[in-house]
Design a protein around this ligand. Structure first.
Ligand code: GLN
Length: 497
C-alpha cells in the first residue's frame, strides 16, 4: 500500500486530503482520530483549547466509519473527519459548560441540530472547546476554567469567544471546529489564530441546541484551515430546522429583505473577478486601526484589484453607533437568556441546609456561579430593559440597528462585497486589557455591525506582522453566504494571501 501522506503528519491534513486518505485506505478513521487525540494529550496542557475530550465517543464513531470503508460503501466527505465543538453547543451525553461554573456539571441531554448534522455525515467529535463564559468576551480570558493561549505566541490571547475552537484548528488539534458568533466570536479568534472563520447569515444555520447568549444575534459557523473546508462544513450544517423558527431553507432565502426577491440565487455557480465591485467602507479605516494592520489590508485589496475587481469607496454612516447599539441589545438579551440559571434547574447550586429561603438560593447561586463580566452584562441588561429606561435605551438601540442595516442595504446596491479589517489590533498580551472591559469591547468594533444587520462575513488570514496573523474580513449580502465563500476561495487559490 502506498502512503501518499508520508511527508505530512496526519494532523496536518485538510478535509479533502483526509477524505482521500480514508477512501484509499492509506489510514483508517481510528488511526486518524488517534493521531489527533495523541496530539491533544501533548498540546492541550500548554494551550488549553479543550475543556472536555471525548475519546470513547471519537473511537466508537471512527470504528463505524472504518466498517463502512471496509464494506466498500461510499462515505460522505466529512465521514471520519475529526472535529471540535465549542462548549456552548450540545453534544448528547457529553458535559456542556458554556465556560461557566454555573454549568460545570451539566450533561447535554440531546444533540444540537448542527451536532446531529455533523454526526449524520460521520464527522468524529474529538471534544468540546474552551470559550469565554457564555460566549461573552473577545479574548478567551473569561472562561471559568482557565484561559486558552494563542498557539502563535503563548503570551498572547487567541481572541474570543470561540478561543478553543480557533486555537485547536491553528494548532492542528482537529481538522475543523464549530464556533458561535454573536458579535465577532468566530471571526476575531480566527483572525488572531491565523485560520479561516465564517459567520453565516442569521437564519442560515439552526441555533437549536446552542446555549443562547443573545438570540437575535447568535449564529453558529465553522473555523477551518482553508476556505474550501469552511465551505464544506457550512454546506453540511446549513439546513432548515423546524426546531429553530429563524432558520430558513434554501427556497425561503430568496425571499428575505422585506419581501423583495434577492437578485441572485443563494448558491452561486461561479464568478469572475472582473465582474466584482468591492466596497471599502471609509468608517473602517479610522484612528484606532493599527497602521501595520492597515498596510496588510490594503495589500489584500490591491490583490483583488490586480485580478480585475473594481474598488469603490463607500460609507456606512451609522457605524459609529454600532458599538453602543450592540452593547445595549446584547446586554438586554443576555440578561433575559441567563435568567434561567437559578441554581435549581441546571448545574451549580448553592442550595444547602443553611440557606432557608428560595430567593437566597437564586441570589447566592447566581453570585457564585457567574463570573464578573457575565454579572456586569446581566446588570446592564436588566437596567436597559427596566421601566423608564426601556424607551431611552433598548427601543432607541433597536431603531439605530435598523439604520445600520439600511446602510448595508444601500451599500450593496452599489457593491457586491465589502472588505474591511477583522480586528483593529494584533493579538494582544494576556492580561493586557483585563482591567478595562471597555478596551476589550473595542476589539469587536469592525465586526458587530455585521451581527446587528444579520449578514454573512468571513475572516481570512492575509499575512503576518511580527509573526502574528492578520485577518481580512469579507462581508456579503444577506444569504449570499456561498458567494463570499467562493470569492474567498478563489482568492485563496489564485494567490495565497
Ligand atoms: N466579544 C463580544 C461580546 O463580548 C462578542 C461575543 C460573541 O460573539 N459571542 O459580546
Amino acid at each position: 500500500m502506498t502512503f501518499e501522506f508520508y511527508f505530512v503528519e496526519l494532523t496536518d491534513l485538510t478535509i479533502t486530503q483526509a477524505h482521500q486518505g480514508l477512501i484509499k485506505k492509506q489510514f483508517s478513521a481510528l488511526e486518524l482520530a488517534k493521531a489527533f487525540l495523541d496530539r491533544i494529550k501533548k498540546r492541550n496542557k500548554k494551550i488549553f483549547a479543550f475543556l472536555t475530550v471525548c475519546e470513547d465517543l471519537a473511537f466508537s464513531q471512527a470504528k463505524k466509519i472504518d466498517d463502512l470503508v471496509f464494506q466498500k460503501r461510499k462515505i460522505p466527505l466529512l465521514a471520519g473527519i475529526p472535529c471540535a465543538i465549542k462548549d456552548n453547543i450540545l453534544v448528547k451525553d457529553v458535559r456542556c459548560t458554556a465556560g461557566s461554573k454555573i454549568l460545570e456539571n451539566y450533561t447535554a441531554p440531546y444533540d444540537a441540530t448542527v451536532t446531529k448534522l455533523l454526526k449524520n455525515q460521520g464527522a468524529i467529535v474529538l471534544g468540546k472547546t474552551n470559550l469565554d463564559e457564555f460566549a461573552i468576551g473577545s479574548s478567551g480570558e473569561y472562561s471559568a476554567f482557565g484561559k486558552t493561549l494563542n498557539p502563535h505566541d503563548l503570551n498572547r490571547v487567541p481572541g474570543g469567544s470561540s478561543s478553543g475552537s480557533a486555537a485547536a484548528v491553528a494548532d492542528n488539534l482537529c481538522v475543523f471546529a464549530l464556533g458561535s458568533d454573536t458579535g465577532g466570536s468566530i471571526r476575531l479568534p480566527a483572525s488572531f489564530c491565523g485560520v479561516v472563520g465564517f459567520k453565516p447569515t442569521y437564519g442560515a444555520v439552526s441555533r437549536f441546541g446552542l446555549i443562547a447568549m443573545a438570540s437575535s444575534l447568535d449564529q453558529i459557523g465553522p473555523l477551518a484551515k482553508t476556505v474550501e473546508n469552511a465551505k464544506i462544513v457550512f454546506e453540511a450544517i446549513s439546513k432548515k430546522d423546524s426546531m429553530d423558527s429563524t432558520s430558513l431553507g434554501t427556497d425561503e432565502r430568496f425571499q428575505v429583505s422585506s419581501g423583495h426577491l434577492l437578485e441572485q440565487p443563494a448558491r452561486q455557480a461561479s464568478f469572475k473577478f472582473q465582474d466584482l465591485v468591492i466596497g471599502i467602507p471609509r468608517e473602517y479605516f479610522v484612528r484606532g486601526l493599527k497602521p501595520e494592520i492597515e498596510v496588510k489590508i490594503l495589500e489584500a485589496i490591491k490583490k483583488f484589484e490586480k485580478m480585475g475587481a473594481k474598488i469603490k469607496e463607500i460609507s456606512l454612516f451609522h457605524t459609529k453607533y454600532a458599538l453602543a447599539t450592540y452593547y445595549i441589545v446584547v446586554t438586554a438579551e443576555v440578561s433575559a437568556n441567563l435568567a434561567r440559571y437559578d441554581g435549581i434547574r441546571f448545574g451549580f447550586s448553592k442550595a444547602n441546609s443553611k440557606i432557608k429561603n428560595l430567593l437566597d438560593v437564586y441570589l447566592q447561586s447566581r453570585e457564585k456561579g457567574f463570573g464578573e463580566e457575565v454579572r456586569r452584562r446581566i446588570m446592564l441588561g436588566t437596567y436597559v430593559l427596566s421601566r423608564g429606561f426601556y424607551e431611552a435605551y433598548y427601543l432607541k438601540a433597536q431603531k439605530v440597528r435598523t439604520l445600520i442595516k439600511e446602510d448595508f442595504n444601500k451599500a450593496f446596491q452599489k457593491v457586491d462585497i465589502i472588505l474591511a479589517p477583522t480586528s483593529p489590533t494584533l493579538p494582544f498580551k494576556i492580561g493586557e486589557k483585563m482591567k478595562n472591559p471597555l478596551l476589550i469591547y473595542l476589539s469587536d468594533i469592525f465586526m458587530i455591525a455585521v451581527n446587528l444587520a444579520g449578514l454573512p462575513a468571513l475572516s481570512i488570514p492575509c499575512g503576518k506582522v511580527k509573526n502574528l496573523p492578520v485577518g481580512l474580513q469579507i462581508i456579503g449580502k444577506e444569504f449570499q453566504d456561498y458567494k463570499i465563500l467562493e470569492i474567498a476561495q478563489a482568492l485563496e487559490e489564485t494567490c495565497r494571501i
